[in-house]
Design a protein around this ligand. Structure first.
Ligand SMILES: NC(=O)c1ccc[n+]([C@@H]2O[C@H](COP(=O)([O-])OP(=O)(O)OC[C@H]3O[C@@H](n4cnc5c(N)ncnc54)[C@H](OP(=O)(O)O)[C@@H]3O)[C@@H](O)[C@H]2O)c1
Length: 223
């Protein structure tokens, strides 16, 4: 198995922490990023204590984390996303960058996808850092499921979009740590415009049926 050194930007939040836990458990080296290195260290301790002695997990401020990793995963809220990405432009240049950011709004009718000038959060990153190797992935996994004791989330699929083959391959490989199977190549980066707001549908289903729904694709030959 190929192992990666992965920075989780916003890794103190539930989604970043949950992904970091799954990746660390599978043997990847993790650097939790935060605006506060103290919060990052604390999150790294929480994750390492769940994974056990073999865990390679550390914490640092976002810029240091991104600088020292081969793969940078963005797990921050869309609010403030552009400012954060601008601040990391130098560290993201030329790197594989994976975004699980879902730009959603909520009103009295429920959740909905925001209309963005760039089309999607992933494309916003690509505009700000043109030479980053972008993929969108992990949008539809629940943070609660990621942090749970369930060995593998093998009832779910991870849809990966991107225009860069290396970035897509990394995201597809990393999915094995979560579902036990490769992620699914879902097409070009612009399809993040469909994948990101699809999460609003899942949240709506969760509320209606009191579940944590996910995505599974029919018609493929799954392992
Ligand atoms: N939660 C889920 O189940 C889930 C599922 C799929 C996808 N997602 C997506 O994953 C992303 C993270 O979700 P989350 O629930 O973990 O979010 P969150 O808890 O609101 O935020 C994650 C971390 O981002 C940092 N942060 C917050 N505001 C920021 C700002 N203005 N600038 C820079 N950093 C900021 C914070 O870390 P520091 O204060 O330590 O810097 C925070 O701990 C979101 O885009 C969400 O749509 C979430």
């Amino acid at each position: 198995m190929t192992t990666y050194k992965i920075a989780l930007i916003g890794g103190t939040g539930p989604q970043g922490k949950g992904l970091a836990y799954r990746f660390a458990k599978a043997g990847h080296a993790i650097i939790i990023g935060s605006r506060s290195s103290e919060r990052a260290h604390q999150a790294a301790i929480d994750i390492a204590s769940r994974v056990g002695d073999a865990a390679q997990v550390s914490g640092a401020d976002n810029a240091t984390a991104a600088e020292s990793a081969d793969v940078v995963l963005l797990a921050v809220p869309y609010d403030g996303h552009a400012v954060l990405v601008e601040s990391l432009r130098a560290q993201l240049a030329g790197k594989v960058v994976i975004s699980c950011v879902n730009p959603l709004g909520f009103d009295k009718r429920g959740p909905y996808g925001l209309d963005l000038a760039d089309g999607s959060a992933a494309e916003e990153v690509q505009r700000i850092v043109p030479d980053a190797k972008l993929a969108g992935a992990f949008h539809h996994l629940s943070a609660v499921n990621l942090w749970s004791e369930t060995e593998l989330l093998d009832h779910e699929d991870v849809l990966v979009c991107g225009d860069d083959d290396e970035a897509k391959t990394v995201a597809i490989n990393l999915t094995r740590a979560i579902t036990g199977r490769d992620g699914i190549d879902a097409g070009a980066l612009r399809l993040a415009r469909q994948l990101e707001p699809l999460t609003a549908v899942l949240i709506s289903i969760n509320k209606r049926y009191k579940v944590r729904s996910g995505i599974r694709i029919a018609g493929l030959e799954h392992e």
